[in-house]
Design a protein around this ligand. Structure first.
Ligand code: CA
Length: 434
């Protein structure tokens, strides 16, 4: 089995007896992402799988003896911690069993009572996140931002040799929907004599994908590029909220700190590598003249199948837009393939010095942007560092986010001959600084 293997669970003709699954934007039967949830307040948290507008309760399915015996205990867990650690073969076996249960009409009367309406459920973080690392592999973001500071030489000399990253903060990661409190911090205008401590006036979002680490490695034992995919348990959307004014003052010489760690929003559904198998595409060729990766980051299969046919979108609503009944305004749309390094290369590079990755660790890709404005992944890029305000429906303008603004990230994986799947919601609203 390879990470791009197609089986019966991807068959576009496969339908679920759950009517809302057919044609569902995010969760047709071909997706089957996992989440940690509570059906209603007062219940214990448990794990489930999305099908149309419902969540299938895996504890109930396990209690009925309907999952492979090797995952019966894991399906009764309160979080996805142990499921994320499963070897890909065992995760795939569970996927095939669930796809069978949700498509076979002979199972409907048994399984239907184990469904919860998704809109009545509360979704949580999939598991306690041990460590969070944010990369910087969106080459157009690196170029667009670098150009604001170094017009002639936007990319630093290491960029095309090293998958650049930094260690983030796991404690402040929250699932979609949890409000973001505008941070206070030190900022200093270029022409000011001294910094002030005040609410950020340049609050931004960053459009990223998140990567859930699976089995992981032992300290001191790197992960070969050929094995990297075995250590990826799933994908999500990630908004790396960023206070640009705090960032500009604090980031030298050690990099991002309080400008980034006040809050990170993720979509709560873990979209598995198996669900994404039909949407594997080749990593875009490096431009003529770019260096080849060093051998530890090179693998033909990774270059051939290592990228994803996923379209990413960002929408904004403001309080005035909501009051006027205006729909969310699309800020950008672009392909996830705008990454200079594959996710597998990120994993291998992270572990290349012996650093141990553990189940439930989370990686961010870095802001995924595009060469043109339609695909810019942050307001820093869209407003050209705040110099060129965006016009919004209803006559408002924005350079950075204001209180009450809501940012929603979404994603669709699609490929000819297959049913498209989505990632669910990654949205949050800004609330005033305390
Ligand atoms: Ca970031």
């Amino acid at each position: 089995m390879n990470w791009w293997t197609i089986d019966e669970t991807h068959d576009p003709a496969r339908a679920s007896w759950v009517p809302s699954a057919q044609g569902h934007h995010d969760f047709p039967i071909q997706n089957l992402p996992f989440a940690t949830f509570t059906p209603s307040s007062g219940d214990e948290s448990r794990i489930g799988v999305a099908i149309g507008d419902f969540i299938l309760d895996l504890a109930a399915v396990a209690d009925a003896g309907l999952v492979p015996t090797h995952v019966t205990g894991i399906c009764r867990d309160p979080t996805l911690a142990r499921l994320l650690a499963l070897p890909p073969e065992e995760r795939t076996a569970l996927r095939r069993a669930l796809s069978d249960l949700l498509s076979d009409v002979a199972r409907q009367s048994t399984v239907e009572p184990m469904l919860h309406p998704a809109d009545a459920c509360t979704l949580h973080l999939p598991t306690r996140i041990g460590d969070y690392t944010d990369f910087y592999v969106g080459i157009h973001h690196a170029g667009n931002v670098g150009r604001q500071f170094r017009p002639d030489n936007p990319l630093l000399p290491n960029y095309k040799h090293v998958p650049i990253g930094y260690h983030g903060r796991a404690s402040s990661i929250r699932p979609s929907g949890v409000p973001v409190v505008r941070p206070r911090g030190q900022r200093k205008a270029p022409d000011a004599d001294a910094p002030v401590f005040a609410p950020s006036a340049r609050l931004d979002y960053e459009l990223e994908m998140g990567v859930w680490i699976g089995p992981g490695n032992t300290l001191g034992e790197p992960i070969a590029i050929a094995d990297a995919a075995q250590h990826i348990a799933g994908f999500c959307l990630l908004n790396d909220w960023s206070a640009r004014d705090i960032q500009g003052w604090e980031y030298q010489p050690l990099g991002p700190f309080l400008a980034k760690n006040f809050h990170t929003t993720i979509s709560p559904w873990v979209v598995t590598p198996e669900a994404l198998a039909p949407f594997r595409i080749a990593q875009p060729l490096r431009p003529e003249g770019d260096p080849q990766p060093l051998p530890y980051l090179q693998l033909a299969d990774d270059q051939q199948h290592g990228s994803l046919a996923v379209t990413l979108e960002v929408h904004l609503t403001t309080p005035a837009m909501r009051d006027a009944g205006l729909p969310p305004h699309r800020l950008s749309s672009g392909p996830a393939s705008n990454m200079y390094w594959t996710v597998q290369q990120m994993v291998t590079h992270h572990a290349s010095n012996g650093c141990n990755l553990s189940p439930g660790d989370l990686l961010g890709t870095g802001t995924i942007s595009a060469p043109d404005r339609d695909g810019f992944g942050s307001l820093l890029e869209l407003s050209e560092g705040g110099r060129n305000p965006l016009a919004l429906p209803g006559g408002e303008t924005r350079t950075f986010l204001e209180d009450g603004d809501e940012v929603a990230l979404s994603a669709t994986a699609s490929a000819p001959g297959y049913v498209s799947i989505g990632f669910g919601e990654c949205r949050a609203r800004i609330t005033p600084a305390p």
